[in-house]
Design a protein around this ligand. Structure first.
Ligand code: PMP
Length: 280
């Protein structure tokens, strides 16, 4: 099996070319999924399909037939040992202006990327994060969706170079919401807590898997509003996403470099959940 092969496919054709009138490009009118591939198989594929279906329903984009998506995912993953597979689904486009042409089906854009190199220490010893100045806007209509409008994340990611492993994002009411490209969990007195995503944020697949694991372990979970103060008072904190799994947080810088760092231990609860989702 091979490790890296950059390839693209658009609507079943082996091409990286798409019409410039595509609404994904014009308006960010679409959804995407970032999928881990191992041993030629897309991982947690059903979770990705379910999220895509929920996104299509909420944005009134026609969901492509499941059989077609299954076949294309298999085709893109075949023979690849460990890669990142990305699917972008856009509302295509033909009219000028915001009004959508309901008769036009979505465009399916597939890309394969090499698996990113991640230091082993991140999983065992935890990561350093900063609290970003860029805030997430409240938009309940889009909250939870993995839609193509990612400018808030682009601006937040521009706030550091290599000195941090991830950034944390607050909303305009000072609630902690998520990482720039990850979801956030904390343990406080043994209770697992994660921010509600009803106003902004992305409902990550890995977040769902952690919530499933909590149910399986009969572990108490609260989805709630979380302040920065509550986060900094937590016993353990971790981040989740498809490509990292679970990363414990060992250091948070709130306003670098003027205030001292807050440090955290990689605790037993985080390790327990990591073991659980490694085997789900
Ligand atoms: N939030 C944001 C903003 C993200 O970009 C991502 C990953 N793309 C996540 C959360 C985590 O989602 P997942 O677990 O599906 O990778």
């Amino acid at each position: 099996m091979s490790h890296a092969r950059v390839s693209t496919m658009v609507n079943g054709e082996p091409t990286g070319v798409i019409d410039v009138s595509d609404r994904g490009l014009q308006y960010g009118d679409g959804l995407f999924e970032t999928i881990a591939v191992r041993h030629g198989q897309p991982q947690h594929w059903d979770h990705h399909l379910q999220r895509l279906r929920r996104g299509c329903e909420r944005l009134a984009i026609t969901m492509p037939p499941i059989g077609q998506l299954n076949d294309e995912a298999q085709q893109m993953s075949a023979g690849l040992e460990r890669v990142v597979l990305k699917l972008i689904l856009t509302r295509a486009g033909s009219l000028r202006g915001y009004r959508a042409d309901a008769a036009v089906g979505p465009n399916r854009i597939w890309q394969v990327f090499p698996w990113p190199v991640q230091p082993d220490g991140h999983v065992r010893e935890g990561v350093r994060v900063r609290v970003c100045r860029t805030r997430l806007a409240r938009q309940p209509v889009l909250a939870g969706l993995k839609h193509l409008n990612r400018l808030e994340q682009v601006l937040a990611r521009a706030e550091w170079q290599q000195e941090y492993d991830e950034g944390l994002m607050l909303d305009s009411d000072n609630n902690v919401v998520e990482g720039v490209s990850s979801n956030l969990f904390l343990f406080s007195n043994g209770t697992l807590m994660t921010p509600m995503l009803d106003r902004c944020g992305v409902e990550g697949i890995t977040r769902e898997r952690v919530l499933d694991a909590a149910r399986l372990l009969s572990w108490p979970v609260h989805e709630c509003r979380l302040s920065l103060g509550q986060l900094l008072a937590a016993d353990e904190i971790f981040l989740t996403n498809t490509l990292i799994g679970i990363w414990p947080i060992r250091q948070i810088d709130v306003d670098p470099p003027s205030t001292p760092s807050h440090t955290f231990a990689v605790g037993p609860h985080t390790r327990r959940f990591r073991e659980q989702i490694d085997h789900d």
